[in-house]
Ligand binder design. Structure first.
Ligand code: F3S
Length: 430
């Protein structure tokens, strides 16, 4: 790779040992990718140095030290010794983790694990890393500008960043984001480059795509159809909004590996079909009509058999304030059926707003729980004894049944809340 003077200085150890190791790692990474240079980044979303109790104990056992700097050095930066880790050299935010800071016992976490969670968070904050603790950093204060080079983990956030905001990131890993946090550098490769952002496949939508459910199903269909390619979507989509994009992108990134999409006339790099595609012709043109819509709904509900629901999980990706308001409205003055649980996941930032607006109270008064920082898939936690789950997220429906060994129903938020109130699944495709 061709290095600038400041990159060479970091590699030579001018910024200290941890920065040097981070630069070494990034050079190895860039060379493996075939990148010729780095781009500067001042927007990193990762989990730098953060650990679970399991990871801490593993390093205590195998390296004699499971502290924050040990994990950052040995695990994140692949160093062979423990180094002093300086403050972040970039704007960096911490993504979701595995534990709610208040309802950790509900998630089945131990007091010891909670104690470690608090110590870990204090170390992260001391390095100047923002404690957003969410998969939706763009709803909690980290909104990059169009064209900004970022280094983000979390597939649902990456696809939103590239497609809806028009900022630029690959789906980074823990190592590269932790190294970027210290150096402000990331290889100039993939979605950082214009030629890698153009559409490859055309999706023609022939059936109205209106609700959040519909947007999620279309995203889920497209992920299967294009896998890791870049779809360009035309046709009968309703007015887009933040929630629709959030569910669409998360679904497409789950059933496939979609990291970027274009919707002609909607997303920032797709004013026209020609602009979205560039000089290439689509590798395939794929229709999405009533039959495909029906088939994808059935596929998402293929692991639901028993109509008796004992757990409703909402908030994948983490709920926005508008979704919190909708849940509160649907639950106002009602009670969740005895034996059924409702957990709603969001960011601390959105929960703060929901608290002030009375939404959290309305949800709690009905018997639901509002949790932050995590979700059932990430924490691998469902209420004890859960056999059948109801979900309004195609992404969570994709992952949770296998992870938690449960049946799952997929439907609208309203279907899910009805299931929480009655203990029965009555959703159907309208
Ligand atoms: Fe977020 Fe969990 Fe879904 S971290 S995107 S709510 S799987």
């Amino acid at each position: 790779m061709r290095l600038t003077d400041d990159e060479r200085a970091m590699l030579d150890g001018k910024g200290g040992q941890a920065v040097q190791k981070a630069m070494e790692l990034l050079v190895r990474y860039g060379e493996a990718l075939g990148a010729e240079r780095f781009v500067d980044t001042n927007n990193v979303a990762g989990v730098p140095g953060s650990s679970t109790l399991f990871l801490k104990k593993y390093y205590e056992q195998h390296a004699g030290n499971g502290g924050y700097e040990a994990i950052y050095s040995l695990y994140d930066l692949d160093a062979d010794q423990i180094m002093s880790v300086p403050k972040a050299n970039t704007y960096c935010c911490h993504l979701q983790g595995g534990m709610d800071p208040e309802n950790w016992a509900e998630l089945g976490m131990s007091e010891e694990a909670h104690q470690h969670f608090q110590e870990d968070e204090a170390q992260v904050a001391a390095r100047g890393i923002q404690i957003l603790k969410t998969c939706t950093p763009y709803l909690a204060g980290n909104v990059p500008a169009k064209g900004e080079h970022c280094a983000w983990m979390e597939s649902s956030a990456v696809v939103f960043c590239n497609s809806v905001i028009g900022a630029r990131t690959n789906t980074e890993g823990r190592e590269s984001t932790s190294a970027a946090t210290l150096t402000g550098k990331i290889p100039d490769w993939g979605f950082h480059r214009d030629e890698s952002r153009r559409g490859t496949h055309r999706i023609e939508v022939h059936v109205p795509v209106e609700s959040v459910l519909d947007w999620g199903m279309l995203g889920y269909f497209i992920g299967y159809a294009v896998e890791e390619n870049i779809p360009v979507i035309t046709g009968a989509l309703s007015q887009s909004n933040l929630i629709r994009h959030k569910h669409f992108g998360a679904a497409a990134a789950s059933s496939g590996g979609v990291e970027m999409y274009h919707i002609v006339g909607v997303t920032p790099e797709a004013a026209t079909l020609e602009m979205a595609m560039g000089p290439s012709r689509p590798a395939a043109t794929i229709p999405y009509g009533p039959a495909e819509r029906r088939a994808i709904y059935d596929r998402l509900n293929s692991v639901g058999r028993d109509p008796n629901v004992d757990y409703v999980m909402l908030g994948c990706p983490h709920y926005s304030i508008e979704q919190m308001a909708e849940a509160a409205r649907l639950l106002a003055g009602k009670k969740i059926r005895s034996g059924c649980h409702l957990w709603i996941f969001t960011s601390r930032s959105v929960k703060g707003m929901a608290d002030r607006n009375g939404y959290t109270k309305a949800i709690q008064d009905a018997g639901g729980l509002v949790m932050t920082d995590t979700c059932s898939a990430i924490s691998r936690a469902v209420p004890k004894g859960t056999k059948v789950v109801a979900l309004d997220s195609a992404k969570q429906t994709h992952y949770l049944p296998a992870m938690a060994n449960v049946e799952a129903w997929f439907g609208t938020t309203e279907d899910c809340i009805q299931a929480a109130l009655t203990g029965r699944w009555n959703g159907e495709l309208k």
